[in-house]
Design a protein around this ligand. Sequence first.
Ligand code: AMP
Length: 182
Amino acid sequence: MSFASLGLSPALVRAIDERGYRVPTPIQSQALPPALRGGDVLGCAQTGSGKTAAFVLPILQQIQNSRRDRPRRLQALILVPTRELAAQVGEEIVSLAKYLPQRVKVAVVFGGVSINPQMMNMRGGADIMVATPGRLLDLIDHNAVKLDAVSLLVLDEADRLLDLGFGEELNRLLALLPARRQ
Ligand code: AMP
């Protein structure tokens, strides 16, 4: 199986190629087809197996095809347990979105640093957000983020999110998201 045969756009295939990904990894070849069809996916794979691209590519493919509102409304939310993972996922998104015809704005937010720059950065809106749960709730409490247009949700390293005690925050966030979502 090749990336192009999965129906990914030429802009995405070009970025994949530039990153040096020649063929999909097992988690990618299993997760990409159902995710690209709009289905829910539960995936389990080790770090380094390519799981990030397995959820980033379907998000970028869908966002590129969607109507673009002004100001931008948040369409995709990726919840992660740590700031390191948030930064890594953010970098992968920016790199894979490089050749999309319309610029995709990615916001990466996490706790342990000042909230003010993150609030300023959200003023023009964002298309995709990568967030740790506690800081996202803070931003929502400050009216800096709205989740009512989110149609794509990822719980990255869901087991670690729960191990680190984010269960209550996750429940609060899930209650704020539209019920119809992938
Ligand atoms: P993960 O942390 O599971 O997302 O794995 C990320 C690592 O896998 C990074 O080093 C990527 O550059 C690499 N990677 C992702 N997809 C592929 C692919 N199809 N072929 C080769 N390496 C890949």
